[in-house]
Design a protein around this ligand. Sequence first.
Ligand code: ADE
Length: 275
Amino acid sequence: MSLYERAVEAAEFLKSKTAVRPRVGIILGSGLGEFAEQVTDVVAIPYAEIPNFPQSTVQGHSGRMVIGSLCGVDVAVMQGRVHAYEGYRMEEVTFPTRVLKLFGVEQLVVTNAAGGIDPRYGQGTIVGICDHINLTGTNACVGPNEARFGPRFHDMSEAYSERLLEIAQEEAQKQAWMLKTGVYLAVLGPSYETPAEIRAFRTLGADLVGMSTVHEVIVARHMGMEVLGLSLVTNMAAGVLDQVIDHEEVMEIGRKVAAQFSSLLSVVVPRMAAL
Ligand code: ADE
């Protein structure tokens, strides 16, 4: 079966499980999975039950598709994702994004836990991604092009929607805080970076560093989806502060900022859906 056919099979399976047809999809990163509890009238489907879906092995990524209503808007929330550093092929890493599109999702919110490079960020800062630098060494669209998804060469000049980012900034301001923006640089991982790498990335124009998101965004844009990207700075990257980076700490910060993150998305998603 081709990639397209496998994605159709998975999307048809989701359609068979619910009458809800969300136009907004949300991918939750490390430590942000709790957000799915905001969704009501839920149909939750473990990834293991969805045909052809990859399974996550990382602690803190529980691996379910939560379909339901977020403040009156139909949404499909991915609680957990798989990463290239786990050994998954690009096609597997981006498969759920392909499926979301075939399920009807046109607007995608991608979230992640990231290391802060910009010294103006602190632990727990939520950042709106304005652009990315892909240093993972590969591209999710490598291989024969599937024209039913999109063109061979696709534009990435506005990978992250300016209008969605503006909405998120306006809503943050209404909640009396400022949503800073930043450029997200993706590495393969799983090791965190060295201080020399972080200095190099700063010179390249990166404000945040992480191990996910860019491939999902590349295929989302391939399929013409509109993207909002949000990073949670769980720690400052190596050498920015005099401290080591610990995965448990990454998860803990996620839990602490969960409420702020939830209240932002709860107002941003309805505005996105109304566009
Ligand atoms: N996720 C959280 N912190 C990170 C870092 N410093 N590098 C890459 N991914 C991260």
